[in-house]
Structures are given as structure tokens and as C-alpha cells.
Design a protein around this ligand. Structure first.
Ligand code: V55
Ligand code: FE
Length: 486
């Protein structure tokens, strides 16, 4: 089972590295923390075909201070993690299905209690959170990485769930966020929230979705928010039958719900597009009476572990994402939208970023990883089991549609990229690209730092972890001005 071998084999330990070896030179002034969340199986999954999205949450932090880097990694001590440890075995079944868990821990009426908290992090109003879309945020101590427990914003947040991709408005400092399946398993309720820079809920808008679907990521503009609803479906019958939470239904339309940030439920407009999967987005903007969304988008089921409802076999070639631009006309009488592929033929990994100082505004650059098959691959050292490897970061210029890239080397597979501005007032795109890489030759994890103005020159520094770290999902950079990481 590939999800249990090489870099996906459980790491199984917590980590503390006082000072990581560094090759090259850490850019002066790069002080802060790169915090990641991912998963590791504390106990093997009950089902070999389960989703990796069901792994136990694990939070880790590269702490940068004056050119030196320390590392710490800990389990997120969820209720699930503690129950499994107490029992000494796996009590939880298929991804997001309490009906498949052992009855004593199943919590069918409170499914959020089963969260693995394994998807992303966010810092807001002085708190660090580990996030997964099936539950509220779990607060993490930023210094010790200890788990503090669920956070409900002083009772102001009533959805049972909270996205792994909240957005911070760079001008107002507000956190915009939402939860879907907000009132329980397979519920069609979506609650949208605005949380002010002090951490108080200032707005709640309760919507109904066209059908229950995975709304993993979304987008904001200065005036609107956009909720994609697509392909993955579920219902109580499926869950009561003990199946994995999602199945891919190629017959359901793809919807984009557009809500004014200050709107009421009646103000949402649902637009229909060609059948797609929008798991992650880059950015969006409102220009006059149009809303424009840019995102890496798939044409069919991206994930092999969520089965097709019609029994189709998952196809790795069809499930590649291309960078697209969607345009919605708020004055139109019909519910259509237009779609354009910005880089035809250029498949990308759908874990991308923009310069978040421009979140919700016009952006020129999108950053994401991809496989550059014109670059060498060292098969002798990587192993013949590896078919292709995510070996490059791309800097995609969405205006003139050119791309520049960084190649990590013939034995390296890159995870998600993060953009860090060189300084607060730097132009868009002037800064650093940073992210972890799996070094298959040494079977260890490294953090690469790349000058975003000179990606072709290679990494300016590599921070070495003297071991193979478990694979992250999302990681984010926070400067020393945003939170005290000790
Ligand atoms: C995603 C990841 C998840 C999840 C749902 O990348 C969607 C998409 C790591 O967990 O639960
Ligand atoms: Fe995500």
C-alpha cells in the first residue's frame, strides 16, 4: 500500500531539533516560523483503501531566528488520538464516518469530536489553530505545540465545522471563514462568518447549499465570497452503510455560490459551470459587476480513494489540474459563467499560493509546484518505484502568461510552496519561496528557500532535517510580528 511506504510510512515519533544543519545562508531578517500540519498514522488505518485524509494530525514548526533554525514536531492530541492511545489500537473507521467507528467512540450526533485536525494552520488574534473542515479549530500552544482544545470564539461561532482555509483580509485584518455540514453529518447548512481582528464574530450568514459536497477551499474578494460546490457527494444512507464519506458523482453540476461579504442569505447567487473539481484556489477579485476567480482546477475526481459512484476507475491522466480563470457576471440574467485555461497543457499541483498581502485583490503571480519532465531524474537514487516527481516550483504570471521556475534537483520531491514578502512594503512577488522537500537519495526532509526574483539560480539555503519527516498537507509562514513562537 503506497500510502504506508517510503515518505508516507508513519514517522511515529515526536521531534525536537535545537539547531538544524543549514546549507547556504538563511536570508538576514527572515525571522518567524514555518508551521505545518499533516498526518501520520498513530495506528494503521482499519481499511487499506481508506483516505490519507484520515491520518492523525501532526503539527510541526521550523523556527527561524537570526539565521538559525530549530524544529519541533508533535501530534495534535485530539480526542481520537487519545482514545486510540488509551486502547492501543485503531478505533476509528473510514474517513469522516462515525458509523464505521467503534460504538464507544463513534459520536454519531457529534461527528466533529472525531476530527483528526490534520489539514492546515492559521494564526489569528494571537492564537494558533490546527484545522480540519470536519470540526472547529483546535488551538495549539505556539511555543510548546501542545494541544489546548477546541476554540469557539467565546461562543460566537455556532457551526460544528470550520474550513481548513479561512482567509485573512489584508486590509481589515478580519478572518473570513465558514463551515459546511454545519449542523451535523450530511446537513446542507453552510454558515459563513466574519471574525474581527480581535477574534470576535461580527457576522454570521446561514446558507443552504444546492447539494452536500466537499467545500474544501473557497475564495474572497474585497466585496464577495465564492463557494464552489462540485462532484463529491454524500448522504446519510451512504454513511449509515459504513462507507467512506465522499463518492464522486459525475452527473451533478458544478455550482459557484457568490455572496456579498455583507449580504444576507437571500443575496447569494448560484452560478453553474462545466463539471469540475475545485479543491484549492489561488485568489479572486471583484471588478465592477464581475467576479473573477483564478484556481488550479480538475475536470474529474482528483482523489483515487474517493470512489466513483458509477464504478468508473480513477484515471491519473484525467485527474490533473490546470490553472483556470472563471468569470461571473453579476448582471447576467442566466446562471452561466465563462472559463478560460490560462496555461494550456501545463499540469500543476493544486497546492498553490499567492502573495497574501493581495488576498481578495488583483494578483499577478500564482505560485505552485509541478513536474518539469525536461529536468533530470536520478532513478538510481530515487528508486524505480517513483514514476514522476514534483521537482519544481512555478511562478505563474497570470497577466502575461509566462512562467519561471525553480528546480529542486534530481532526487527531490517538493511539497506545497509558501510565499514570504522580502519586507512589508515590497512589490508583489518580491520575496522568498519556501517549502519542504523529500530528498529520496538521503531519505530525509529538507526545507528549501528560494529567491522569488531569481528562481533559476536554485535555493539560497536548505535547512536539513536529520530524518524523514511525515508528509505535510499545508504549511504557513508567520513573522515574529504575528505571533510569539518562543
Ligand atoms: C482535503 C484534505 C483533507 C480533507 C479534505 O486536500 C480535503 C484536500 C487532509 O484532509 O479532509
Ligand atoms: Fe487544502
Amino acid at each position: 500500500m503506497s500510502q504506508m511506504s517510503d515518505f508516507f510510512a508513519p514517522q511515529a515519533f515526536e521531534a525536537n531539533v535545537a539547531e538544524c544543519p543549514v546549507e547556504g545562508k538563511i536570508p538576514p531578517g527572515l525571522n518567524g516560523a514555518f508551521v505545518r500540519v499533516g498526518g501520520d498514522w498513530a495506528y494503521a488505518p482499519k481499511h487499506a483503501d481508506d483516505s490519507v485524509f484520515n491520518q492523525d494530525g501532526y503539527v510541526s514548526r521550523f523556527r527561524f531566528r537570526d539565521g538559525k533554525v530549530s524544529y519541533k514536531g508533535r501530534w495534535v492530541e485530539t480526542e481520537r488520538y487519545r482514545n486510540n492511545r488509551a486502547a492501543g489500537r485503531q478505533l476509528y473507521g473510514y474517513y469522516r464516518n462515525p458509523y464505521d467507528c467503534e460504538p464507544a467512540v463513534a459520536h454519531v450526533a457529534e461527528p466533529w469530536r472525531n476530527t483528526a485536525a490534520n489539514t492546515s494552520v492559521e494564526v489569528h488574534a494571537g492564537r494558533l489553530f490546527a484545522l480540519k473542515e470536519d470540526a472547529r479549530p483546535i488551538e495549539i500552544d505556539p511555543i510548546t505545540l501542545e494541544t489546548r482544545g477546541f476554540h469557539d470564539f467565546d461562543g460566537g461561532y455556532s457551526s460544528q465545522t470550520f474550513t481548513a482555509h479561512p482567509k485573512i483580509d489584508p486590509v481589515t485584518g478580519e478572518m473570513l471563514t465558514f463551515g459546511y455540514e454545519a449542523t451535523g453529518l450530511a446537513s446542507d447548512d453552510l454558515f459563513f462568518y466574519v471574525i474581527d481582528r480581535a477574534g470576535r464574530v461580527t457576522r454570521e450568514t446561514r446558507l443552504k447549499v444546492p447539494y452536500v459536497s466537499m467545500i474544501h477551499d473557497w475564495a474572497i474578494t474585497e466585496k464577495h465570497v465564492i463557494f464552489p460546490v462540485f462532484g463529491y457527494v454524500t448522504d446519510m444512507e451512504r454513511l449509515q452503510a459504513g462507507k467512506i464519506h465522499w463518492t464522486w458523482d459525475s452527473t451533478v453540476p458544478t455550482w459557484y455560490g457568490i455572496l456579498p461579504r455583507d449580504g444576507e442569505a437571500r443575496d447569494v447567487r448560484w452560478f453553474k459551470g462545466p463539471n469540475r473539481a475545485i479543491v484549492h484556489t489561488f485568489n479572486a477579485r471583484t471588478v465592477g459587476d464581475t467576479v473573477i476567480l483564478e484556481a488550479p482546477i480538475f475536470e474529474t475526481n482528483p482523489f483515487p480513494f474517493f470512489p466513483f459512484a458509477d464504478g468508473s476507475k480513477w484515471d491519473p491522466v484525467k485527474s490533473r489540474s490546470l490553472i483556470r480563470r472563471l468569470t461571473f457576471d453579476l448582471n447576467s440574467k442566466d446562471d452561466g459563467c465563462s472559463e478560460e485555461v490560462l496555461f494550456p497543457g501545463q499540469a500543476v499541483v493544486d497546492l498553490g499560493r499567492v502573495d497574501e498581502r493581495f488576498m481578495g485583490r488583483d494578483t499577478r503571480y500564482a505560485y505552485t509546484s509541478f513536474n518539469d519532465d525536461t529536468k533530470p531524474l536520478d532513478r538510481d537514487r530515487v528508486g524505480t518505484g517513483v514514476r514522476r516527481i514534483t521537482n519544481s516550483y512555478g511562478i505563474f504570471d497570470l497577466k502575461d502568461r509566462t512562467m519561471r521556475s525553480f528546480f529542486a534537483g534530481p532526487t527531490h520531491a517538493l511539497q506545497e510552496v509558501t510565499f514570504i514578502p522580502r519586507h512589508a512594503g515590497a512589490d508583489e512577488g518580491d520575496g522568498w519561496l519556501l517549502g519542504t522537500a523529500s530528498n529520496y537519495a538521503e531519505m530525509r526532509t529538507e526545507l528549501v528557500i528560494v529567491d522569488a526574483l531569481h528562481p533559476e539560480d536554485g535555493a539560497v539555503a536548505r535547512v536539513i532535517l536529520p530524518f524523514r519527516s511525515n508528509v505535510q498537507v499545508h504549511g504557513r509562514w508567520y513573522g515574529d510580528d504575528q505571533l510569539d513562537f518562543g
